[in-house]
Design a protein around this ligand. Sequence first.
Ligand code: GDP
Length: 193
Amino acid sequence: EAEVVLVGRSNVGKSTLMRELTGHSFDTGGKPGVTREPNHYDWAPEDFVITDLPGFGFMSGVHEDHREAIKTGIVHYLEEYADNVLVAVLVVDGKSVIDIIDRHSGPDEIPYDVEMFHFLRELDVPTVVAVNKMDKVDDRDERLNELCDRLGLLPPWKQWQETIAPITAKNGQISSLEEAVRDHLHEQNRDDL
Ligand code: GDP
């Protein structure tokens, strides 16, 4: 069965988003780094499963080796199932993503989120960046333009509405994401004709 995958650093609101998308309730605020196995759920309105991959990146109390193992597991999963993945949703925290990206950008360092975005593109998996926690962001357009810039997409972000989807999962404001995902699904149906 075709799938939509969700990836993102821990604490960006992936479980909250999963709950909104599927109507299921998930462990939020659980111990970071514990979800090792991908979780699959039916996405009711459409005919595919949605897969929640473990959160990656820094988690307090989680050893670096363990963090690396989680990331490697995610990469292997995506490589193995890329052909089956209709859309990948990379979830980021709109409030902190620019700071985190800039802090980890350097001559021999690529921030996780940027790396994951490029990795998914290399695999030819259509990717939507769900920019969550927009309720905490005041300078919305500026922030989204900066994110485009960091991801190598030419601003303004409004040109990229199939790729950049600002959401507030906590309040159920996820329609931009649902639209972006649907756009990709329909594009692929057209390609198949
Ligand atoms: P996960 O680790 O990515 O699964 O993140 P969770 O879903 O557990 O959320 C982490 C924290 O972010 C929790 O305290 C959530 O209530 C909070 N959160 C999730 N979505 C939003 C949102 O849209 N806005 C705000 N302000 N907080 C959110």
